[in-house]
Design a protein around this ligand. Structure first.
Ligand SMILES: NC(=O)c1ccc[n+]([C@@H]2O[C@H](COP(=O)([O-])OP(=O)(O)OC[C@H]3O[C@@H](n4cnc5c(N)ncnc54)[C@H](O)[C@@H]3O)[C@@H](O)[C@H]2O)c1
Ligand SMILES: Nc1ncnc2c1ncn2[C@@H]1O[C@H](COP(=O)(O)OP(=O)(O)OP(=O)(O)O)[C@@H](O)[C@H]1O
Length: 351
């Protein structure tokens, strides 16, 4: 791995502790003659937000994005890193920090490790989408949906160099690490959608929302809606309905090659489309999107081999069964010998 040549910094500037950790990052970069550019994804100084490609270009196409904040800040960094294939290091000063890697007091050690190339690159599958037409956000809607957050992102551009193909949909410049969600816009108008897998009708839903998550996103909104926890070693699409008004309300886990089409039915209310929690468009009856596994991966910098289920246990405060604990603390399971050949698989072995 080559040393870092340019750092882009995405900071949750509403937090003192984040500003202090960001100052450490700038100092570290200055000490090594590495340009470090702040990326304020909330504002371009002219009152509107840029798309990810423009933001990356404005920052001089960094090869490392450091985020200082929580998971929301991390997702904002991942979005900017996507078009330039940059590595993303998440410094956690957030509430959960499921996706982030290091704490603020460890930032210098982490940057040194990244610069030396002494890290694991956790290459996560991402999602992208096509749509029946370029997405739009009708005037006035964004105010209603802002919930006190920064300004709304512009609708996604059509992917550069690609034709708008009507049958397969318009290819949109979207990268989602967690999820693409369609949800009802008005409290009293459910979202009614037909769901297609690989072009074939699977079922029609009337629900508050439908989530298409990656395995990374399986622990986010999909999890809150009752979906399964899926190992990020798997390249999967997880379809989870939210409050579906029907008997069948389970999640469906699909392979990355199985695209999921969502068509808004005639009597549905309008629905919002969010990408990693950010509103990116509004669909009306007759409109459709299709969500599929992207060929692009997000590159997450890890200081040690990721321990996904350990993280689930810690961050979700998993509590053991009281009855089981009455038998005492279970022993650690860590054989000293190398793995026997009949248990090993080619390539990296999962935890
Ligand atoms: N009911 C819900 O849980 C709900 C509702 C809307 C959106 N979301 C999620 O929020 C994500 C955006 O995150 P945000 O921080 O900007 O919004 P947010 O602040 O509303 O985050 C929701 C929570 O999800 C956590 N989170 C985010 N990604 C995660 C992941 N991959 N695994 C485990 N936890 C994760 C965050 O730390 C936060 O606690 C969306 O991608 C969506 O999945 C969750
Ligand atoms: N750079 C910023 N400047 C000002 N306010 C911000 C910034 N980033 C986030 N906020 C505000 O902080 C709140 C929490 O944002 P968000 O959920 O994205 O943070 P986060 O990085 O996930 O951290 P946390 O885990 O604490 O939520 C939101 O109301 C958002 O508007």
């Amino acid at each position: 791995m080559v040393p870092i040549e340019r750092v882009g910094l995405v900071v949750h500037s509403g937090k003192d502790v984040a500003r202090a950790a960001a100052a450490e990052v700038r100092k570290w970069a200055a000490g090594r003659g590495i340009p470090c550019v702040d990326i304020d994804v909330w504002d371009d100084g002219q009152g509107h937000r840029l798309n990810a490609r423009e933001e990356a270009e404005r920052a001089g196409n960094p090869d490392l994005i450091v985020t200082v904040g929580g998971d929301g800040t991390f997702l904002r960094g991942v979005r900017v890193a996507g078009p330039v294939d940059a590595l993303v290091l998440g410094v956690n000063v957030g509430r959960v920090g499921f996706l982030t890697e290091v704490n603020a007091d460890d930032v210098v050690r982490a940057l040194d490790a990244v610069h030396r190339g002494d890290i694991h690159v956790d290459a996560r599958m991402t999602l992208t989408m096509r749509a029946s037409h370029p997405l739009e956000i009708p005037h006035g809607i964004e105010e209603m949906l802002r919930y006190g957050r920064g300004p709304v992102l512009p609708p996604p551009h059509v992917r550069p160099g690609m034709k708008s193909q009507v049958g397969w949909g318009v290819p949109l410049d979207v990268l989602a690490l967690n999820d693409i969600v369609v949800e009802k816009l008005a409290r009293d108008r459910q979202a009614s959608l037909a769901v297609y897998v690989g072009g074939k009708l699977f079922a029609s839903y009337s629900a508050d929302a439908l989530i298409v998550a990656s395995s990374t996103g399986s622990t986010a909104y999909s999890f809150a809606a009752g979906g399964p926890i899926v190992s990020p070693h798997l390249d999967a699409l997880v379809f989870t309905p939210v409050a579906a008004h029907m008997v069948f309300n389970r999640s469906v886990v699909l392979d990355k090659t199985q695209r999921i089409g969502l068509l808004v039915l005639e009597h549905s209310g309008d629905v919002a489309v969010s990408v990693d929690g950010q509103l990116r468009g509004v669909l009306a009856p007759g409109d459709w999107i299709s969500v599929y596994g992207s060929q692009r991966r997000s590159k997450l910098a890890r200081l040690s081999e990721p321990d996904f289920l350990g993280r689930v246990r810690d961050r979700f405060g998993l509590v053991d069964s009281a009855a089981a604990l009455a038998d005492g603390q279970p022993p650690a399971y860590a054989p000293n010998e190398p793995m026997p050949p009949d248990l090993a698989h080619p390539g990296p072995n999962g935890d």
